[in-house]
Design a protein around this ligand. Structure first.
Ligand code: PEP
Length: 239
């Protein structure tokens, strides 16, 4: 099945309020008429979601958060709920990013967050990925399969799955096209034909074409190379 590619930028904790202009910059570099066949998503720090909502809407760029809390509301200092993300103007939320899992977040926590997001009408991007030791032990496929089974909530059908090998995030190392193909085939078996599967981990203009051309890769989740609109647009052009 041909799926509409999703090119998703995760700005992490980068930027300042001047960055709310970036959707307009992207639109100048790659106007909507050139990207009718794909979806562009930007996930800025939560504080920038509301001020970016209007310009993202005007430029047909999707807006997402990088995380949300599993509870609807309550005494959770510093946290942001899925309902808040939605009411600020976003339609997507990343859950289970390895940088957050590293702080102790479990698969069950990720599933609860994904459900909280879906209940608010947000599209969860559920992240999974193995460590370098796991890959060296030959356990990557079994570990990622188990993560997916435990991180995707029972009954949820509308979500995006992002495969991000931890050792490839922010390191400049990428999985080989063969490794990506093999892992995405395993993931496809689990998630079925209708879920978009993104690859993430040091995707950049130089490797985008090969990665995005790999079977069962329906887009990319991009950290570092999404901070400059020139490189995000170059990746989008490869999709
Ligand atoms: C990420 O953090 O999701 C990511 C893929 O980062 P980078 O592209 O910088 O490796």
């Amino acid at each position: 099945m041909i799926m509409r590619p999703l090119i998703a930028g995760n700005w992490k904790m980068h930027g300042d309020m001047s960055w709310i202009e970036k959707p307009a910059q992207f639109d100048t570099l790659m106007p909507a008429t050139e990207r009718g066949h794909l979806d562009i998503l930007i996930c800025p720090p939560a504080l920038f979601i509301a001020p970016m909502a209007a310009s993202c809407f005007e430029t047909n760029i999707l807006l997402g958060a990088q995380n949300c809390h599993r509870a609807e509301s309550g005494a959770h200092t510093g946290e942001v709920s899925a309902g808040m993300v939605k009411s600020a103007g976003a339609d997507f939320v990343i859950v289970g990013h390895s940088e957050i899992r590293a702080g102790g977040e479990t698969d069950e926590d990720v599933a609860t967050k994904a459900m909280a997001a879906a209940k608010q009408g947000l599209m969860p991007i559920i992240c999974v990925g193995e460590s370098l030791d796991t890959r060296k032990d030959g356990q990557a496929e079994s570990v990622v399969s188990a993560q997916i089974k435990a991180s995707v909530p029972e009954g949820l059908t509308d979500y995006v799955l992002a495969y991000e090998p931890i050792w490839a995030i922010g390191t400049g190392m990428t999985a080989t096209a063969d490794d990506i193909k093999a892992m995405h085939a395993v993931i496809r078996e689990i998630v079925g034909p209708n879920v978009r599967i993104l690859y993430g981990g040091s995707v950049k203009p130089a490797n985008a074409k090969e990665i995005l051309g790999t079977e069962n890769v329906n887009g990319a989740l991009i950290g570092g190379a999404s901070l400059e609109m020139e490189s995000l647009a170059a990746i989008a052009r490869a999709a």
